[in-house]
Design a protein around this ligand. Structure first.
Ligand code: UFG
Length: 329
């Protein structure tokens, strides 16, 4: 029996495939390569270039492979783009998930681990954020991810499918092998953008706002290593395979760092002065997002290995220094 990873050529998907293969699992990867990279797919995974919005393509995979469980990363994930082109997000994220769930039900596949996000909470009502806190997304991306969670919930009620939604905070870092890492086009995330400065691809990093109600005025985020996120998917899958009920878990380190603190850590790791310039706030950024991941630790037995920001940034730097142009290098 195999695990089907949808979006397994993307950033978090490819790292999860590496962890699954290293754990001895049989893995099938589906990706349409719109935002993923063929080079990111582990050579031991069976790869299908297919689109989850196409029912016949999904049916063919479920008919060809013996799939025991699904891990679903196949979605668009840029907050800014979701605000200027919301229908693109409804089409791929919710439309794709509709087709996927229909095909799973038709083929009797009843377990799914889903890549969700802290963006489902919107502006938090308290820090650290608990899974039981209100979900009021402030952008279309978060709205589609919350709707995808609900689609799994109600499909589960009707068809006895069980799901785990993993709400990640700020994913970062790269695989220890140096073979895969973060590569987005365009890049919008803080740590890879900072590291473009020592890589000679930009001359400074922009700091989006220094008038937030935080200790140095810049936004606070909870940075979690991508390999720790990957491990959580395997634990969530095993939880479902052992009969666990559908549930939602936060995944973060539980420690917040300001944008200025992250830049300082990157200066230390790279030995580069990394000039920073303060710019106006970016629309839709909450001042602080920090997770309580106690539930994932207690129920899934999750233990993040990378609890130190310097180690996390060093792991990202090892990848970006050797791959300044991502998978093109
Ligand atoms: N930032 C800068 N300068 C930059 C880029 C980012 O100051 O050039 C700041 C942002 O304003 C934010 C912080 O750095 O305060 C982190 O920004 P990222 O874009 O790296 O990450 P976000 O916190 O905005 O987004 C992450 C995920 C999203 C998810 C969101 C949940 O990448 O997918 O968390 O809120 F939706």
């Amino acid at each position: 029996m195999a695990i089907l990873v949808l979006g397994g050529a993307g950033y978090i998907g490819s790292h999860t495939v590496y962890e699954l293969i290293e754990a001895g699992r049989d893995v099938v990867v589906v990706d349409n390569l719109l935002t993923g990279f063929r080079e990111a797919v582990h050579p031991k995974a069976r790869f299908y270039q297919a689109d989850i919005r196409k029912r016949e393509e999904m049916d063919r995979i479920f008919e060809t492979e013996h799939i025991d469980g699904v891990i679903h990363f196949a979605a668009f994930s840029q907050v800014g783009e979701s605000m200027t082109n919301p229908l693109k997000y409804y089409d791929n994220n919710m439309g794709g998930t509709t087709v996927l769930l229909q095909s799973m039900v038709a083929h009797g596949v009843d377990k799914i681990v889903f890549s969700s996000t802290a963006a489902t909470y919107g502006e938090p009502e308290r820090i650290p954020i608990l899974e039981s806190d209100a979900t009021r997304p402030t952008n279309c991306y978060g709205e589609t991810k919350l709707a995808m969670e609900q689609m799994m919930k109600w499909t589960g009620v009707a068809h006895a499918m069980r799901y785990v939604a993993l709400r990640y905070f700020n994913a970062c870092g790269a695989h220890a092998s140096g073979k895969i890492g973060e590569a987005h086009d365009p890049e919008t995330h803080l740590i890879p953008l900072i590291l473009q400065v020592p890589n000679g691809r930009r001359d400074h990093i922009s700091v989006f706002g220094n008038d937030y109600p935080t200790k140095d005025g810049t936004c606070v985020r909870d940075y979690i290593h991508v390999s720790d996120l990957a491990q959580a998917h395997i634990l969530a899958l095993d939880y479902l395979m052992n009969g666990g009920e559908s549930d939602v878990f936060n995944l973060g380190n539980g420690v917040g760092f300001t944008v200025n603190e992250v830049i300082d850590v990157a200066r230390k790791v790279t030995g580069h002065p990394i000039p920073a310039e303060v710019c106006p706030r970016r629309a839709g950024d909450p001042a602080q997002l920090v997770a309580s991941s106690e539930k994932a630790k207690k129920v899934l037995g999750w233990k993040p290995k990378y609890d130190d920001l310097e180690t996390i940034v060093a792991s990202a730097w090892a990848w970006h220094r050797s791959h300044p142009n991502g998978f093109a290098d």
